[in-house]
Design a protein. Structure first.
Ligand SMILES: *Cc1c(COP(=O)(O)O)cnc(C)c1O
Length: 354
């Protein structure tokens, strides 16, 4: 038995919504892995259950990982490491000072007391070597570092998503969703979630295929990366067997990583406004949009909502104009009489008790 910590507030809910089905065009079940925790929520803590368990077992006092400047993974790692009495060194890719504003994930990582080191895009290309170099540095100082790869995506971390599918299968046995679905859908940023899902759905016979929507890189990159992660995971758990068929879609990445085009933004807004479910602009919003665009839609699907809310909050400026049309509050003071009458039951409404 491979050891793991108990970090996920599970089982996370599986919900369905007619309004969402209408927008997406199939019978969709939403796995709320955006609710795996509080400030540390999202898909990463399923992977961290295994990774940080190993870190603890090895007597580590410091965890080193990397990601984009608004990395959900770095934030979750920093918070949970601190909860476990370890410190974190986060190596974050930053384009300029402008994206180093303390907001969203970066704010939470900062609050956790993590040591944050910004690096350029060019330096980030050598991230794997860089993390090892930092580990050597810390070892030379008498510390015991534990290195977690980008996104927590290695064979050990991916086991967290085999567990997620096992959890879903138990929920299906309780009648919360069908025993099988046509496909399991998710965003793909470093491949660990997709690898675990493909292994899990094959192992538990929950779906014949999975569809992963790339938010960076491309199909070829992820096929190689995921095959590697699957290989590592099955070495650790030989009972897993072969993964299910996994299709990587790379046509819905938008203008670039972290940025949506106008149609994607409009979709994200419409989904939130008509269903009350909030998706993020970096991962889940692009995956749901991409899935909704597919020409051949399955009948039933499980969509894994992997989180990302802090990333949305960090992009408030992009959404502000649409939410609040350019009205300067100084020009138009609020109409208090109207606001008051909205709360006072008067006229017909009061008489009929509506
Ligand atoms: C990291 C992340 C993903 C992608 O998961 P990978 O396992 O890295 O492919 C999807 N959604 C959110 C919100 C994430 O933070």
């Amino acid at each position: 038995m491979i050891k793991r910590l108990n970090l996920v507030h599970g089982p996370t809910p599986v919900v369905t919504s007619r309004a969402l089905n209408r927008l997406v065009g199939c019978e969709l079940y939403l796995k709320r892995d955006d609710q795996t925790g509080g400030a540390e929520a999202g898909n990463k803590i399923r992977k961290l259950e295994y990774l940080l368990s190993e870190a603890v077992a090895l007597g580590s006092n410091v965890v080193i990982t990397c990601g984009g400047v608004q990395s959900n993974h770095a934030r979750a790692t920093a918070l949970v490491a601190r909860q476990l009495g370890m410190r974190a060194v986060l190596v974050l890719r930053s384009e300029s000072k402008n994206d180093q504003v303390l907001t969203g994930n970066l704010l939470l990582s900062h609050l956790s007391g993590a040591e944050i080191r910004f690096i350029s895009r060019a330096e980030y290309a050598n991230r794997t070597t860089l993390l090892q170099t930092i580990a050597e540095e810390l070892r030379a100082n008498g510390e015991t570092p534990y290195v977690i790869p980008e996104g927590g995506s290695n064979g050990l971390g991916a086991l967290g998503y085999v567990d997620c599918i096992e959890e879903v299968v138990k929920q299906a046995e309780l009648g919360l969703l069908p025993r099988t679905v046509d496909t399991v859908v998710m965003a793909c940023g470093s491949g660990g979630t997709a690898a675990g899902v493909a292994l899990g759905i094959a192992r538990f016979g929950f779906a014949k295929r999975a569809d992963a929507f790339a938010v960076c890189d491309d199909k070829g990159y992820f096929e190689t990366q995921i095959a590697k992660i699957v290989g590592e995971a099955t070495l650790r758990r030989p009972d897993l067997g072969s993964p299910a068929t996994l299709t990587i879609h790379d046509a819905f990445k938008g203008p670039k990583y972290g940025e949506m085009d106008a149609l994607q933004l409009a979709f994200l807004r419409e989904v939130a406004a008509t269903t009350g479910f909030v998706f993020d602009p970096v991962y889940t919003g692009k995956a749901l949009y991409g899935f909704a665009q597919l020409e051949e839609k399955p009948n039933t699907a499980l969509f894994i909502h992997t989180g990302g809310l802090p990333g949305l909050l960090a992009q408030a400026a992009i959404f502000a104009p649409a939410v609040e049309p350019n009205v300067d509050p100084a020009d138009e003071p609020p109409d208090l009489t109207q606001a008051a009458s909205a709360f006072a039951p008067t006229g017909d409404a009061a008489l009929t008790g509506v």
